[in-house]
Design a protein around this ligand. Sequence first.
Ligand SMILES: [Zn+2]
Ligand SMILES: [Zn+2]
Ligand SMILES: [Zn+2]
Ligand SMILES: [Zn+2]
Length: 957
Amino acid sequence: WKRRYFKLRGRTLYYAKDSKSLIFDEVDLSDASVAETSTKNVNNSFTVITPFRKLMLCAESRKEMEDWISALKSVQKWESYEASQFNMEHFSGMHNWYACSHARPTFCNVCREALPGVTSHGLSCEVCKFKAHKRCAVRSTNNCKWTTLASIGNDIIEDEDGVSMPHQWLEGNLPVSAKCVVCDRACGSVRRLQDWRCLWCKAIVHSSCKEQLGKICPLGQCKVSIIPPTALNSIDSDGFWKAMSPSCSSPLLVLVNSKSGDNQGVKFLRKFRQLLNPAQVFDLMNGGPQLGLRLFQKFETFRILVCGGDGSVGWVLSELDKMQLHKQCQLGVLPLGTGNDLARVLGWGGLCDDDAQLLQILEKLERATTKMLDRWSIMTYEVPTKNTPVIIKEEEPLDCPLQVHFLYFAWSYNSNEFLCGTVNDFVAEVGKAYERVTENKEEADAMAKKCAMLNEKLDSLVRALGEEADAQLVPPGSQPPEQEGEAGGPDAPGMPRPFRSREQLMLRANSLKKALRQIIEQAEKVVDEQNRHTQVQRMSSSSSIKRGSSEDLKEAESRLNTVSLTSTAPAVLEKTNSCNILAPSSDESVQCTEKCVMNNYFGIGLDAKISLEFNNKRDEHPKKCSSRTKNMMWYGVLGTKELLQKTYKNLEQRVQLECDGVPISLPSLQGLAVLNIPSYAGGINFWGGTKEDNNFGAPSFDDKKLEVVAVFGSMQMAMSRVINIQHHRIAQCRQVKITIKGDEGVPVQVDGEAWVQPPGIVQILHKNRAQMLTRDRNFESTLKLWEDKRKYESCRSARPRLNSQQSMEYLTEEECAQVHQLGLVADSLINRIREVATTHKVVEQELAHAVNASAAVLSEAFPSKPSSPECLSRSTAVEIVNSSKHLFVHVCMLVCVLQQLEAPQEEELLSTLNSLSAELIKLEDIHWICPSMHCTEEVRVVISMIKQHSNNTWPLT
Ligand SMILES: [Zn+2]
Ligand SMILES: [Zn+2]
Ligand SMILES: [Zn+2]
Ligand SMILES: [Zn+2]
């Protein structure tokens, strides 16, 4: 027997020489069984049997042994401890198998035999690309890409400087053109498992050359962002890994919302795990931001990359609030899905859906600069009334960071009919309203057609939803399918129902959404008109709403409880911001409480329409995304209904606005928007303009100031996409207070989340600031330009020379005309550049040298421009060609990184460049110029380089 130190964490049993050991061996207990060794068992020994190994252990006393056995057995009942379990799986080293075919011969990493079939069918690990037969997968050890120090095991390099990271080699199945980093010769084989690839630095070596390569892994291209497994070596008391090590310069925590952008997130998740340490990449949908943040919180500073929509970013930010990590970390955004206003203003664009770009994205993130983002508390106070509408009461019990509002509730399956009815009512009502008002026959017809189409789509969606509901409602052989008649529609009952794929549902919902939107757009006009004359009766559907909503709240609450159970750290407790403010008309002091936090914008009145319409942000929070299509239906239908029946004309009579304590008298308006960032609901700059003027400073998200604007109608919203309108600006201030008068609520929205706020007070106060990573395009382009120049210059051959006899010869008439033509085009390029340079400093700086040089050559060769020269010496011709080529290359590179020229200017420049490239290529015909100067090749090299940079939008041919 040998004495060892054991600890049990989650589903893993760790052991080492003593408690201070750096390296622990581990046994995964997922499928383990425990048994006493013999019936007599005099030495208190017992055995742990897993699919992979058998471990014989011996305890000091009978009592101790029994404790261990019961502890090990309890692991099997671990399910309830969800977060921690995830934490353990994350670090277990298990492969993430998926079945796939391979285009080339591929070999099993377990038994070394070829995978069967022409297409080598078998299992592949999506993180490390380990290959296996299906039958061999069980025999593969948990040797996926390392995550922690312990997982490196015996390969660890230990010397006087401490521990360092070795290469992690995976054998064989190398790419076609693989080359050995040591000897630079071809590597790998299609006949057997042969030669090696490092999962971290991606180096490839021959088996025979492996010894010659240094032992320490340099981690490769993503070095700066990778957390080496050597940095993860301690577990805190509740089973969570804690990272602490100075060895990584700028650790990056990647939080991916796998549901964002119709589940696009999944491929980003996979790709990030391949590029980085799998332990630094988390799925927000699997445990939320907390797991990752806990892992990272011991780092003095770190970066976070959130891949998802604005909703995901808000979620992570509110978790940072709770854990008080704002000082330690900077947050960057990779926008997935739609409507990413925050990502847009931070310079990351509105959408990224190309997972092939991840290396470049990581690079951009390394070059990003930090800016502060103001964050604002939305404080509310509700006037207690005798008969508060039922709806409002329901949002109170929920105390989660992102408020669930009354319009959000999961589809309760027995309300199929209700939904159907609501939409039908809606369609009928719109139809009727339309008939009444419009005299235009054509328009009415178009509308009727659309209504019919909508109805059809609705039917099929509801049918699909019904099927899904049934599939979920009726687990094999339990409940009698009682609801089938109600929900099933024309489908034959009694048949086993196929489970509809989400995609199919999504498609249907999307086309329905489109149809609805078209109708709403048309109907809106009409109903506006109609509202002038008549008050449309409000339909009361609140009783049904109440039912669904309260059910959901219960569910959400219970889930909330599970979350708080697992978060045992006291610092995580939510702090509610409270403040005392004075009601405007009386001395009575009222207490406002923080309802939510605003990162982007706040809207009240008509503006809420935008978010009530159709909004994808539902995806961004797991509590809300359980049934996306269903939510969207409710959200869209009810939201629009509300608006159709009650446009918020004359909002000024229902609310009172105070900016920095000064009451503002409002013009007749339909809504108010309060902006922190200059992008609204999918990219509108609502403030209009980004510069300061006589009345207001430049809007900015780090000035502790808000911009308040009036919303007059949907026309204005549409217009502000096209032009800058400014007459609607109300104020720029540090605090906003809105009093809702009367006894009816008004729709409000914060960052796209909408609800009806009952009468009372809404205050917007500065809360804190978060450090955001913003893309600095100027810095990026300068760097790129510099790199490109270096690349070009290094591959450029020495200056061509003619021998002395050649250089004195004169050109033929034909040649002369050709060179002259080139000169003319070059000259017009020079003129274009000079025009552009007057407005763009960069152009002047970057091109002055090339322009001047080529201008000098041209003016010497053609002293009087219009006349064609009678004679040109070959050496002059070479100089002209050379300087033109030089100019061409430089201009091309600048234009492709500049990306800020106005359209007409850019077009002119591009067409001139195009003709110049044509002229240069034509020189191929002159036998003595081109071979020595490689014009054609160089021009082509430059063009292909540029095409790569500008994503093939470059018009050069
Ligand atoms: Zn095999
Ligand atoms: Zn793997
Ligand atoms: Zn390596
Ligand atoms: Zn080699």
